[in-house]
Design a protein around this ligand. Structure first.
Ligand SMILES: [Zn+2]
Length: 477
């Protein structure tokens, strides 16, 4: 018998890792062992410590990894897996591989910086503190990647084949349809990875990738994300409110600082600003994108035109690459970044990290937060405990680079920019299934979100839905 074991993203939203084992047939013969996603645990210490725990099977015994998309919580443990002896292929779409090529080495660089910091303050339990993996190790792990295009079927063994279908979450993102043929029968497993917005651009404005996950699915076992299982996105168009906010900030002589993740969210926001400027909804302010990773990501986006939404495609057809738009400056070097601090007229600064936990945005926040003329605009999820969460929750001061910084700027948050479908959208997508799965396991959600989505799906669809537990083995009958 085959089974799925949930090695991560069970009871939390990070560390996605689901092992499929087809060898459990009682005769001692080894079948094939495949990991769907290989993500990093992030957030609270209790979770991060799991990055250092050994997997229940040796990395050497895993035959292949199939990666849904490039976000670190799905891909960020790959260099560690390779470091521990994994030598097999990592299958991903071409865009996912390109994005991993910038995201994984950057993660290795941050791991090295963190280790160096802990060694300096001698606060680690381990002496010396070590990085989970280095920049070089992350780069080396890229050699294991192999391109599989969406829609193409790949046979990994006589009993195991898979194909990618679009998930519409970020550039390159796909779900994984696995077909297991053992004991004379065939079963379909569907791993959703993260699921993008289901409705069109008015409810997900500025969307860069096309809208809507692949419809008409068939699955015997569905393993599905539940990040937004207990929250509903506002479905209003944020543009009129955003335009008003930008105009008011400019009228009082202030600037707008936007902490944003460098991949997808920055592109989405920049595209929307351009569209609003061209439509005359906001003044033609200078826009600074201060993130080297965002620049690299823009170039990757330009390579994959067929993944754009119609809106994004027509903007590029009309105005060319965002890197060359007049009035839009992309800061690559630290010197270019520092120059933005000398700008004293109204401007928009988009910079990472998205939750203000690190990165160049900290310089812009420490400089602009104390002045009530300015506005800080959040367009992404702020995890509890992060600096972004504290600012958004009304903290009067926050600590940045060891100093307390007063928060006097106007603080505003928009919830419409999410790249995850909410429950009404998920139900809309699930209703397109050609048959009801025998069982659905919910992963990638906080416990309250997963259990609420389980209840909603049971009530609305009558499906057998369970919340996956960490390390649980689920038989595939
Ligand atoms: Zn994601």
């Amino acid at each position: 018998m085959s089974y799925i074991q949930f090695l991560g993203a069970a009871g939390t939203v990070t560390g996605s890792k689901h092992l499929i084992n087809t060898s459990f047939d009682g005769d001692g013969k080894k079948g094939i062992q495949v990991l769907i996603d290989c993500g990093l645990f992030q957030g609270q210490k209790e979770w991060r410590e799991r990055n250092w725990k050994e997997l229940p099977i040796s990395a050497r015994e895993i035959d292949a990894v199939i990666l849904t998309h490039a976000h670190l919580d799905h891909s960020g443990w790959i260099p560690r897996l390779v470091k521990e002896g994994f030598t097999g292929p990592i299958y991903a779409t071409s865009a996912t591989i390109d994005l991993c090529g910038i995201i994984l080495p950057d993660s290795g660089h941050l791991q090295e910086e963190d280790a160096a910091f802990y060694n300096k303050i001698k606060k680690s339990k381990h002496t010396p503190a070590l990085p989970l993996y280095t920049f070089d190790e992350a780069e080396a792990s890229m050699r294991n990647f192999q391109v599989v295009h969406a829609g193409e079927t790949r046979q990994l063994s006589p009993e195991f084949s898979f194909r990618f279908v679009p998930a519409a979450h970020i550039l390159g993102s796909c779900m994984v349809e696995v077909t297991l043929s053992t004991g004379g029968q065939s079963r379909r497993l569907l791993f959703t990875g993260d699921i993008g917005r289901v409705r069109d651009h008015t409810s997900a404005p500025g969307k860069v990738v096309h809208s809507g996950p692949h419809e008409g699915e068939i699955a015997d076992v569905l393993v599905m994300e539940s990040t937004y299982g207990n929250r509903i996105h506002p479905h209003t168009d944020p543009r009129p409110e955003l335009a008003q906010l930008i105009r008011q900030t400019v009228e009082r002589g202030g600037s707008i600082v936007v902490p944003a993740f460098a991949v997808e969210r920055t592109q989405k926001f920049v595209f929307m600003l351009k569209e609003m400027m061209e439509a005359g909804q906001i003044p033609r302010l200078p826009v600074f994108c201060d993130s080297p990773m965002a620049i690299k990501a823009v170039n990757i986006y330009l390579k994959y035109e067929d993944e754009y939404s119609e809106e994004a495609r027509s903007l590029i057809r009309k105005y060319g690459s965002p890197l060359e738009w007049p009035g839009f400056a992309f800061a690559s070097t630290p010197e270019e970044s520092k120059k933005i601090n000398e700008v004293h007229y109204p401007t928009i600064i988009v910079s990472s990290s998205g939750m203000a936990t690190g990165g160049r945005v900290l310089h812009h926040l420490s400089q602009r937060l104390p002045d009530p003329k300015n506005t800080v605009l959040f367009i992404g999820f702020q995890a509890p405990g992060t600096r972004g969460f504290n600012i958004k929750s009304g903290a009067k001061e926050v600590k940045i680079f060891g100093d307390f910084v007063h928060v006097r700027a106007q603080i505003v948050a928009f919830e419409q920019f999410s790249d995850h479908a909410d429950p009404p959208e998920l139900l809309e997508w699930l209703r397109t299934f050609k048959q009801k799965p025998n069982v659905t396991y919910l992963v990638h959600g906080e416990p309250a979100a997963s259990s609420q989505l389980r209840d909603t799906m049971t009530k609305e669809l009558g499906w057998d839905v369970r919340v996956a537990e960490w390390m649980q083995r689920a038989d595939v009958p």
